[in-house]
Design a protein around this ligand. Sequence first.
Ligand code: 5GP
Length: 177
Amino acid sequence: MAQIKVHDKNFIPYLSAAEIDTQVQRVADEINRDYSNKKPLFIAILNGAFIFAADLFKKIDVEAEICFIKLASYKGIKSTGKVITAIGLDAEIYGRDVIIVEDIVDTGKTLSQFLPQLEHQHPASLKITSLLHKPEAMIHPIKIDYLGFTIPNKFVLGYGLDYDGLGRNIKEIYQLV
Ligand code: 5GP
């Protein structure tokens, strides 16, 4: 794997497809073990998590459902900050064992705003799986229950993650030079 250029920036190889697959399998093993008598509902957050969610879900061998949502952020009329809403969340959350599927937790802002909205709907349990986590960037502490990789605070792309629309179809994860 050599250095690549996406738009105006250069990226170097960081995680190989084989390394990613090993950790996705380990995360799936942990979930399969913990949910052996349950029927979890996975909620994958688009766009970035689509490849992780698909690869992970193929390795889940307990009875499970999956749905995909988008989080849209807009400026509320009255509030000063941004408000996050879920688009496409049509699944019944009440009483379900929910697992949120994220590509990367960076500052933790997105999930810290979205999780209370889900808790409001009284799931039986609410856990988070994320492929990547940048602890150095964390502002809003989020507990990631099933984590693929801890990574340094550098921009990454590939395996579903983009840089300005491009790079999602790259099989490995690259890091900004
Ligand atoms: P947070 O709210 O935790 O700061 O941001 C999470 C979202 O920011 C992720 O779901 C992802 O879409 C985006 N993001 C954060 N860090 C990166 C990165 O290094 N690369 C890419 N492509 N997206 C990132």
